[in-house]
Write a protein that binds this ligand. Structure first.
Ligand SMILES: NC(=O)c1ccc[n+]([C@@H]2O[C@H](COP(=O)([O-])OP(=O)(O)OC[C@H]3O[C@@H](n4cnc5c(N)ncnc54)[C@H](OP(=O)(O)O)[C@@H]3O)[C@@H](O)[C@H]2O)c1
Length: 241
């Protein structure tokens, strides 16, 4: 087993995941950058390697659950453990909509990717995380998945009632809370982090934040030696579930 810390980040070929990979690599970690598109993933890894970082590619497609198991075998064979898993990959859908008329195919696709995909990757990686001594899981979620905020008509995003995306992140939040409970006496911290509205392909670059700003809280939590667990965090502090 290698001494240097190892992090796996899903959806690391672009956007927030790519910036998180860069910053964790700069902090001296071995980064395993996962992508569903092998060519894009390898290009991203080449970019980060050219910056002098220790970065490796694995193929993980959240819609193809077997890929997580194969990636876990690769990480076990190369590094023997995993110190940090960041479930970052996620999608929105143009066919998303309010509860009364959301497209059911969109609802299934977004739930399968953002929620079930993250659960599948986590389950595949748990033996490696348990083998690391102290480890952490960060689920990249959204304030749009906060049921508390969604009930507040004066909240700045109150009109964003896109059921597929919001429910997928609420489900990911439930996964966070329940997994943190399972490991409450153990050595794996589990947290949900909201990057905030960030300019990426995800939203046609409409967000006011840069990817550096979007990555900041994820990286801060990731690099904390004694992380909290079972929390819903953003740059400003804790968010209500
Ligand atoms: N940007 C925001 O304002 C914002 C706000 C709150 C939360 N978030 C969350 O932050 C995370 C990253 O978003 P982003 O803004 O960086 O979006 P992005 O630039 O669109 O990147 C999303 C990443 O997820 C990957 N992905 C999508 N479907 C996948 C699948 N089936 N299997 C594996 N990878 C898949 C994408 O791969 P491809 O390149 O192959 O598509 C890409 O690498 C998401 O979970 C998102 O919900 C974003």
């Amino acid at each position: 087993m290698q001494a240097k810390k190892v992090a796996l980040i899903t959806g690391a070929n672009k956007g927030i995941g790519f910036e998180v990979a860069r910053q964790i690599g700069k902090a001296g970690w071995t980064v395993v950058a996962a992508a569903r598109n092998e060519e894009l993933g390898r290009q991203a890894v080449a970019t980060l390697k050219a910056e002098g970082l220790d970065v490796h590619f694995v193929h993980v497609d959240l819609e193809a659950q077997g890929t997580a198991g194969t990636a876990a075998e690769t990480i076990r064979d190369r590094f023997g453990k995993l110190d940090l898993l960041i479930n970052n990959a996620g999608i929105s859908s143009k066919s998303d909509g309010p509860p009364s008329k959301v497209n059911l195919d969109a609802l299934q696709t977004v739930m399968r990717t953002n929620y079930i995909g993250a659960v599948a990757v986590t389950q595949a990686m748990l033996p490696l995380l348990q083998g690391a001594g102290k480890a952490q899981i960060i689920n990249v979620t959204s304030e749009l998945g906060s049921i508390s905020l969604q009930t507040d008509p004066s909240w700045k995003f109150a009109s964003v009632k896109l059921l597929a995306y919001c429910a997928s992140k609420a489900a990911l939040n439930m996964f966070t809370v329940q997994l943190a409970y399972e490991f409450r006496d153990g050595d794996i911290a589990v947290n949900a982090v909201n990057p905030g509205y960030t300019a990426t392909d995800f939203n046609g670059h409409s967000g006011p934040q840069t990817v550096e700003e979007g990555a900041a809280e994820i990286v801060r939590v990731a690099l904390t030696d004694t992380p909290v667990s079972g929390k819903f965090l953003e740059a400003g502090g804790e968010i209500a579930w």
